[in-house]
Design a protein around this ligand. Structure first.
Ligand SMILES: Cc1cc2nc3c(=O)[nH]c(=O)nc-3n(C[C@H](O)[C@H](O)[C@H](O)COP(=O)(O)OP(=O)(O)OC[C@H]3O[C@@H](n4cnc5c(N)ncnc54)[C@H](O)[C@@H]3O)c2cc1C
Length: 338
């Protein structure tokens, strides 16, 4: 285990931003993690767990310790007639894991194909796509308390999952390093293909009786056609969350904007696509210096090359302010600003 100093984070974030970590260390086991947490020289300084770097915006150098997660391993811990419980190291690459479960003939996370990043970050924000969120298959996780080094098990209820939310993004932010996640996957597929273009894409692929692999292939196809590839154009996926507003506020807006898209929620709330709001404010496809809002996905902010994190953050603030001014809605980042 080597502790590096002034280490460049450029290869470790999908926005493709240059920022340096004062200290940087890669850990491959709980013992190594504990060793780092107990290191006298590194004690007391700000710490940050780095996964695949696909949900962070580095706005400056990090004057502390970056812990790169490489805790790998996949294990079947339980099985019954209908389900298999897989315990996965938090450093496992998410998409490879999805493909692995498909090879094992299991279903449950195929709609989440091609989401970048690692297993450990998936419960952080309860990743979701095409009508499925991680919580649907989540059983429990193990996390190391960064102050005591103790391992704590979190049940689903304790994670307080919400839309791109969990307790690890709110009250317990920065306190735990997630080291493993157990998912309960289905032996018999339960397809969820009514959302977005999945059904139409399967039809285009001339697949009338879908398999788990076919659904995954369809999702991959859709995502590749809609989202910019971070290897080509730096980005972090959706920059903002879709806001949820009270129905009364929505009704008032709809009177002015009859075409406003909406998804009614329980509790008299309505979800409005942030991309639509941003587009209405004239940001879609707009370039500002080396950054901008993507031409096909207003919600995705991109680095055209040479952008700084501060530049992208300023763009995000400007977009946020114009949405607030036009619609009276505050959109909040999904991306973790560092
Ligand atoms: C092109 C593209 C498409 C995307 N599409 C989607 C999508 O459809 N749905 C979706 O939900 N997300 C999407 N994302 C966002 C992103 O991929 C997910 O949020 C992913 O789970 C982030 O994983 P990561 O390992 O890269 O996390 P990182 O960016 O490394 O970290 C994110 C946050 O989690 C913390 N963290 C990471 N690992 C741990 C750990 N082991 N323990 C404690 N804290 C940890 C970090 O400190 C940080 O605060 C997309 C991103 C891109 C670039």
């Amino acid at each position: 285990m080597t502790i590096l100093e002034h280490h460049s984070l450029l290869p470790y974030n999908t926005f493709g931003l240059e920022a340096k970590a004062r200290y940087f260390v890669e850990v491959a086991s709980i013992e190594e993690l504990r060793e780092v947490l107990n290191n006298e020289r590194l004690k007391g300084m700000p710490r940050f767990i780095l996964g695949g770097g696909s949900n962070i915006l580095l706005t400056k150098d990090f004057d502390g310790l970056v812990i790169k997660n490489s805790l790998n391993g996949i294990e079947t811990i339980k099985e019954d007639d209908d389900h298999v419980w897989l315990k996965c190291g938090s450093g496992e690459a998410w998409h490879s894991l999805v493909l692995h479960t498909i090879e094992l003939g299991l279903s449950g996370i195929e709609n989440l194909s091609l989401i970048p990043g690692q297993m450990g970050a998936a419960p952080m924000q309860n990743i979701g796509a095409y009508g499925v969120e991680l919580e649907a298959v989540f059983e429990s996780l193990e996390a190391v308390d960064m102050n005591t080094g103790e391992v704590r098990v979190f049940t689903k209820d304790e994670c307080l999952f919400g839309y791109r939310e969990s307790v690890f993004k709110t009250t317990l932010k920065g306190q735990y390093c997630i080291v493993s996640v157990t998912m309960r996957l289905n032996k018999l597929p339960k397809f969820n293909i009514s959302y977005g273009d999945i059904k139409r894409t399967l039809d285009d692929m001339r697949i009338w009786e879908p398999t788990v692999k076919a659904v995954s292939d369809a999702v991959i196809k859709i995502r590749q056609s809609k989202l910019p590839d971070p290897k080509v154009l730096g980005n972090s996926g959706s920059f903002f969350k879709n806001p949820e507003i009270p129905k009364a506020q929505f009704d008032a807006l709809q009177a002015y904007y009859p075409l406003i898209p909406n998804f009614p929620l329980p509790n008299e709330m309505v979800k409005v696509p942030a991309g639509w709001l941003i587009e209405q404010c004239g940001w879609k496809g707009k370039r500002v210096g080396n950054t901008g809002s993507h031409s096909q996905q207003a919600l995705v902010l991109v680095n055209y090359g040479g952008a700084t994190g501060a530049e992208i953050y300023q763009l995000a603030l400007d977009i946020q302010a114009s949405v607030k001014e036009k619609f009276g809605i505050t959109i909040v980042p999904e991306v973790n600003v560092v």
